[in-house]
Design a binder for this molecule. Sequence first.
Ligand code: NAD
Ligand code: MG
Length: 388
Amino acid sequence: MPPGDRENIVILGSTGSVGRSALDVIEHDGGVRLRAHGLSAHSRLGPLVEQALAFRPRSVACSDPAGAAFVADGLKGSGVEVVSGRDGLARMVGDPAVDRVLTAIVGAAGLEGTWAALEAGKTVALANKETLVLAGPLVMDLARRRGAKIVPVDSEHSAIFQAMAAGRPGEVRRVILTSSGGPFRGKTARELASVTPEQALRHPTWKMGPKISIDSATLMNKALEVIEARWLFGLEPDQIEVVVHPESIVHSMVEFVDGSIVAQLSPPDMKLPIQYAFTYPDRVAGSCPLLDLTRAMSLSFEPPDRDTFPALELGYEVMRRAGTAGAALNAANEAAVGRFLGGEIGFLDIPRACRRALDTHPFDPRPTLDALWRVDAWARLEVGRWKP
Ligand code: NAD
Ligand code: MG
């Protein structure tokens, strides 16, 4: 591939877990197909400066001017442009040279960049699932209007996206999302009452950022993912199922009307779905480990424990209600996870706080984007002052 044909990629949230894996993918490619065209981060800006010096993107974006000044100082003489704020971000992703935008910012804060990328008609490699939980119908509608593709990066959705290619959309009976079960699989509610943030952050099969690690421990991550799947693939709520698969090898499955189930398997490593979203529709050899089927292994499946992990049910409820319910659940969860990590509330209080926010929020079945942001702010405030 000549250099002019390389995919110019913007990585929003490049200092995070997904962002760093994405830069590993680009580094391993060695400049053949992929180029880091833009990077962004929010805090811990030292690593952003180091990334920019190593990958020499055209520009880097910081959330605020103070951060941008710090980064500009570190990049003096490098020729890398430093931008900040909403306009700077929109300019970076809207640059005509940009081909794909990886949205790897955590939380509702990721919506802005995803929105700007879709508005500019870019192909979005979507890691930021909260975008679709908050505003799924509006985001999918924007993508349709702008003719922008969304290629999922979340491993389950990447698996479904890949398996979907085995049939036509009308031939899909249901999708089955797999869940590792998290670090507390098999525990009782009694045992969970006293778990610490440190224990909850220790995921058995994936290495991820703190927020999604806690979400994986409560199974809120799977709740967010069923909502993500609903909007991403245009499925009805009763077409989406969850099964616990502790080995995290089968990343999800699609069942077609004839009863065939098509699955995607690989070792648990985010580099694979990230790379696929960068090269789609092509597949290329990469740096991901291969599954060694000459070694004995077993793959097991069991139903999720919905009583001990009530967060999962919240996801189903939100998926059925739609409207502002996703905004309320997502923001309540972000606030509750923050309080749990800060030692203010217990592990089991996370789904409790979310339940309350969901039940008491001013529900609107057909919200505008502004209305969704109002519910987001309301839920953060409510959970912030909620007393267990
Ligand atoms: P992380 O906490 O490791 O990194 C988050 C990144 O977002 C950092 O670069 C940070 O600077 C940036 N950021 C944080 N707040 C911001 C804000 N207000 N404005 C702008 N930038 C901000 O998170 P992560 O684990 O890499 O996850 C990123 C996203 O990908 C999440 O939505 C998560 O659900 C999703 N995801 C992650 C994994 C994984 O393996 N880590 C897997 C699937 C999906
Ligand atoms: Mg996932």
